[in-house]
Ligand binder design. Sequence first.
Ligand code: HDE
Length: 751
Amino acid sequence: ASQTADALGKGLKEAKDALTPDGETIPGRPGSEPATVEEPTEPREPLPPKPDQRGAETVTATGAATEAPDRARAQQGAHLTTSTGTRLRDTDHSLKAGSRGPTLLQDHHLREKITHFDHERIPERVVHARGAAAHGYFEGYGTASELTVAKFLQEGVRTPVFTRFSTVLGSRGSADTVRDTRGFATKFYTDEGTFDLVGNNMPVFFIQDGIKFPDVIHAGKPHPDREIPQAQSAHDTFWDFVSLHTEGQHHALWNMSDRGIPRSYRMMEGFGVHTFRLVDAEGGTTLVKFHWKPVLGVHSLDWEEAQFINGVDPDFHRRDLYDAIEAGAYPQWELGIQVFPDNEEQQFEGIDLLDPTKLVPEELAPVQAIGRLTLDANPKNFFAEVEQVAFHPGHLPPGIDVTNDPLLQARLFSYIDTQLSRLGGPNFNQIPINRPHAPVNDMLRDGFHQHADHEGVAPYKPNSLDGGCPFMAGTMEATFADVPVRVSESTKVRENPASFDDHFSQARLFWLSMSPVEKEHIIRAYTFELGKCYEDAIKQRQLQCLANIDPVLCQEVATGLGLPAPEPTEPLADVAPSPALSQLNGTWPADGRMIGIVVDDTVDAGELQSMRAAVFGAGMVPLVVAPHGGEVAGSTVQRTFATARSVEFDALVLAAAPVPAPDAVPARDAKAGAPGGGALDPRVSLMIDECWRHAKAIGAWGAGVAALGEADPSAATPGVVRGDGPDEVFAELQTLLGQHRVWDRFPPSVA
Ligand code: HDE
């Protein structure tokens, strides 16, 4: 199996193949035909989708019945046709008046082909434009059954889902590893109607009232005059806004923390942010906050590494998600809830549950697991599924309802509104990826892109002509019922409750909950971002905000900027840290991690095989990195020194100390004459140096130890493993990878 995998040279895919017992094939994988070099000339039916892919379910436009699978296929038959099914003889030449003459207007195929192409793009999402998504399923544990009638949460109920991850600020073509919040939106196709949990990877938001959303987004998006910078907050307008609008400080601090640069979508938490309301069988209600907990733990990139990746592999997160699923390393999250009594105050331990700039520490309200999400299939078609999927926080099944959080209230209006223009009309729920799996009988008719062929004459109620159909559900049937929440007698006002005025206490709580390493990363992030601003007045105003969060944070950033650190303008909040907010508090599975193995032609074939087997055996992916492509010591080379960059690896292993070959490589790769030039190929020393800077584990055995000696003379450096053989080295690396990074290599400058 591993030889086939070698031939495929497909990274994570290898891990799956190699993990499969001898000779056994992976279910569903056979059937895709080997790639041929020649273009086939005989007509043949289209190839089936790849085994790791699944399209949207083929329920009809109204969800009423399942179409025959053949009819649902987008491509049918072996021949090229027009969009109306007429076979074509030629699609390479337009119809002309003679071979050198002008093109004829009557060439319908030419016009249809070009016109359709001209209209291939739709407006990108105004926020969350760049994303990646996958299909999967959700299994309820039944632990929420006493709190909600929602059927999909009952024990053992399995519901199909589609989850889309995204960055917020960047355009569709921007890079993945920018510093930003990430979207985490899941569509549950439940039997009782669709439930969309449209969350983020951070539990708080920049604004308390949805009316400010255009402001925060206009400030975060590129400057309107030159449209730079792309996909980042490191610019004047963003810091201008959040330093003036101090309720944004808590979310800004999360963005500056390691949460802003996740290692992988698979290693992110998700949060519903707002407080939601669950409704039980007796109509009793409970307030909850939703949490997604990744089985692989929460891990981040290093900021310098993230910046490199944006150049080296702008699709880093998208590729990671798709490769993992293709390899069978299915990402999983547990869905959990924090539970609060639904009383008139809507507060818990003094925290206003309607204020989306506040979180409730897990130490005060533990997250209780209620189900598990598994993503096990990639999209078949990015546009049809990932681009056209339309989420809405108001898509709720019986048993889940909204609260009066003013941010959530505005969202309930916004999503359908934006989708009307993004998806070109009111019928976007008929697009396959958006179709509910519950039967639909909605009396909505006509409009652009109507795909349903509705029957009957009476899309109104009451009617007698369609036999009174559709009927209202009876009281005993599962329906979405509005909770009769008491709305206090009040006057119309444009204002927030007084409790919303506290803008700094939870930012301070988050800061105090960080480990020294995480604090140092936050200081560096602010220093970077504010260092990219041109206006000193904006930097000073933001330093004032930092002073109100913590004097050490403020002083360190001020020093980095070369500006004076101001005194706080209000007393520092007396808050207890929440250790659960730190990412560095445990050991985690290292499934799907990438291990770069540097070799050259001197390497011992048996030892290299042992290292690869050990890596495979631990569910990780070995990538052999060599001076040239092809094979080295019987193993396929996946990366050459020209194509490898350290950022792709979670750990680096040196099985050799490759020397530069002056005749075979350009002079600058031979390092000849460079200051400090040594015997090691400079591309390898760069890889070692970067892995060391980015706190990654580095191992070496045999001839590889010499490579370490040159790049890192200190034998005592934490996370640098020297061993006699591959097994010994890998065992230590595996332990180190369980903690993700070797942060104690760099003693932090703050306590
Ligand atoms: Fe969104 N948001 N949002 N948002 N949001 C959109 O809807 C909006 C907010 C979130 O993968 C848009 O279809 C307003 C919070 C995600 O397709 C738009 C407000 C949270 C996604 C919109 C918020 C989110 C969106 C753009 C303030 C976390 C991507 C395209 C009241 C809980 C969904 C679209 C996907 C997308 C509006 C605030 C999450 C414009 C007005 C808070 C994950 O309708």
